[in-house]
Design a protein around this ligand. Structure first.
Ligand code: NAD
Ligand code: LMR
Length: 342
């Protein structure tokens, strides 16, 4: 009753007061793996979002220090750190969004797929906890290998009766961020003004930037186009090799994940003036792969509309056909692993 009184009151307030955001419902966002290389800068960047009222942090250890440090920042979100037994469920309890940068990163010479044994169990813990304490939350998995992890989680959530395909995402935003940056370098334009869909999955050939739809247009030779696509597909390995044993992309990933979570929040808040579009790896009927990344329109319930495959030229169509068997194999593996964890 009080809430409905408050809401009707809010509608009567002058627009300026509404804009100040004093009375907008704040969201609870949980970061699982918040002490890690991605987790810390991601938590820092999320602490800036005035729509977040509770920033809940979980890691297996050292969360308290990171939490106290962040809590001194003079922005709206209250920082609540958790660790240890039951910490995960406490952190995720009634969360609106859970973002998961938890798990092992690659070292030089490793493929993302080599991480699956360790990281599947992390994803499984999160899936069970979500089913219990925040079944309506949007879940955004950063943990690699994304192509396998998301089907694992979907399988567990289905078994628990809490699966909503519109609310489970594999975060592939970094592929788009990289594509924008590398295209902008070549065209000598502002990377923020480059629009380019990146579809498929998040490893090697399954990362497919659609250069034919790039805006502003990319008009390189076939050789330049091939080199650009390869750079985007191998960008993760470029960072792993440059870090030389100290992990994989963390800062650019934190930036990309913040963009994605901020878009989820804009979707939840139901922006009237803006169409919120992000590419992400979700359950999909766009191709014969059961999970596939395409540009998605986001809304209050997560995916509002899957915009489907962008127009493809002949080369892109060939590349899509070439990647589908790889993606389908990863998905089948994920579903099998998920079934083994129920
Ligand atoms: P990191 O080792 O620096 O941090 C991982 C954190 O996860 C650590 O703090 C660790 O304590 C925590 N953790 C481990 N098991 C956990 C559990 N069961 N519950 C909660 N927390 C747990 O690694 P990172 O560089 O931050 O990378 C994290 C993951 O993100 C890796 O799997 C990496 O491959 C992946 N990644 C994905 C993308 C992408 O584009 N999707 C980009 C970069 C990295
Ligand atoms: C990336 O693309 O940077 C991540 O997937 C991390 C990695 O292992 O490459």
């Amino acid at each position: 009753f009080l809430a409905s009184r408050l809401l009707s009151h809010v509608g009567n307030l002058p627009p300026k007061v509404q804009q100040l955001g004093y009375i907008s419902r704040g969201l609870k966002v949980a970061v699982v793996g918040s002490v890690g290389g991605i987790g810390q800068p991601l938590s820092l960047l999320l602490k800036h979002n005035p729509q977040i009222s509770t920033l809940s942090l979980y890691d297996i250890k050292n969360t308290t220090g990171v939490g106290v440090d962040l809590s001194h920042i003079n922005t709206r979100a209250s920082v609540c750190p958790f660790e240890g037994k039951n910490g995960l469920k406490k952190a995720m309890d009634k969360a609106d969004i859970v973002v998961i940068p938890a798990g092992l990163p690659r070292k030089p010479g490793m493929k993302r797929e080599d991480l699956v044994d360790v990281n599947a169990s992390v994803a499984c813990e999160v899936a069970f906890a979500a089913s219990e304490v925040c079944p309506g939350a949007m879940l955004a998995f950063i943990t690699n290998p994304i192509n396998v992890i998301v089907p694992i989680v979907a399988t567990i959530l289905k078994a628990k009766g809490t699966y909503d395909p519109n609310r489970l995402f594999g975060v592939t935003t970094l592929d788009v961020v990289r594509a924008q940056t590398f295209v902008a370098d070549i065209l000598n334009v502002d990377p923020q003004k480059v629009n380019i869909p990146v579809i498929g999955g998040h490893t090697g050939r399954t990362i497919l930037p659609i250069l034919s739809q790039c805006d502003p247009p990319f008009k390189g030779t076939d050789k330049e186009r091939e080199a650009l696509i390869q750079r985007i597909q191998n960008a993760g390995t470029e960072v792993v090799n440059a870090k030389d044993g100290l992990g994989s992309a963390t800062l650019s990933m934190a930036f990309a994940a913040t963009q994605f979570v901020n878009s989820l929040i804009k979707g939840i808040k139901g922006s009237k003036d803006e169409c919120i579009v992000e590419c992400a790896y979700v359950e999909s009927d766009v191709t014969e792969a059961q999970f596939f990344a395409t540009p998605l329109i986001l809304g209050p319930q997560g995916v509002k509309e899957n915009t489907g495959l962008p127009d493809l030229d002949d080369e892109e169509r060939k590349a899509l056909n070439g990647m589908l068997p790889i993606l389908k194999e990863s998905i089948a593996k994920g579903i099998k692993l998920g079934e083994g964890m129920i």
